[in-house]
Write a protein that binds this ligand. Structure first.
Ligand code: AMP
Length: 207
């Protein structure tokens, strides 16, 4: 059983690597960002509460996130492991997670902020969870996985990206020290280039 946490700044490639890990090890990919976006699209109460924070690049309050994840981890498909992408993002979330889960490994995906800003500038996402970049798709915005039209995330606008990176530094980066002290964290250098090369490193950590 592998209970995995992926850490890293927005745009470091957590979502992409999480999807590959989920596929390779046949475990659910639990992305709090995806859960919120789905709720916003469906117009649920949670979606309405979360939307203003997300659009401003702020974190959704811990009180709205922690129970959501705890419930998700209790579902049957998470019994044999899972990959958490985008949670925890604060020390309070990490402490809450420690109470309900036994995390086998934390993978911290590191990428310099300049590269992140370039990437988020042209990022395209799909409702199916797929992520791509304008430089890969050219004029077509067709999702290579499901064929739907991909779109630019509301919070990928340049001013919002800056806010998200600042919040990452202040609230999420302290988790690197938190997990570093526990001794179950491994850092993966995402400057090695392609998605496949980063995934090779991730697999070495998991095997
Ligand atoms: P992501 O897709 O992981 O980049 O998440 C998109 C947005 O959802 C973030 O910028 C936050 O506003 C919100 N969000 C996702 N996960 C969390 C979390 N664990 N805690 C607080 N807010 C979150």
């Amino acid at each position: 059983m592998k209970n995995i946490v992926l850490l890293g700044a927005p745009g470091a490639g957590k979502g992409t690597q999480a999807a590959l890990i989920a596929n390779e090890y046949n475990i659910p990919h639990i992305s709090t960002g995806d859960i919120f976006r789905k709720n916003i699209k469906e117009g649920t109460e949670l979606g309405k509460l979360a939307k203003s924070y997300i659009d401003a690049g702020q974190l959704v309050p811990d009180s709205l996130v922690i129970d959501l994840v705890a419930d998700r981890l209790r579902q049957d498909d998470a019994k044999n492991g899972y990959i958490l992408d985008g949670f925890p993002r604060t020390i309070a979330q990490a402490e809450a997670l420690d109470k309900v889960a036994d995390i086998s490994v934390v993978i911290d995906i590191e990428l310099p902020f300049e590269t992140i800003i370039e990437r988020l500038g042209g990022r395209l996402v799909c409702m199916c969870g797929e992520t791509s970049h304008v430089s890969l798709l050219g004029d077509s915005k067709t999702c290579p996985k499901c064929g739907a039209e991909m779109y630019v995330r509301e919070d990928d606008k340049p001013e919002t990206v800056r806010a998200r990176l600042e919040i990452y530094e202040r609230q999420t980066a302290p988790l690197v020290e938190y997990y570093g002290k526990k001794g179950n964290m491994v850092t993966v250098d995402a400057t090695v280039g392609t998605i496949e090369k980063v995934f090779e490193q991730v697999k070495k950590v998991l095997e």
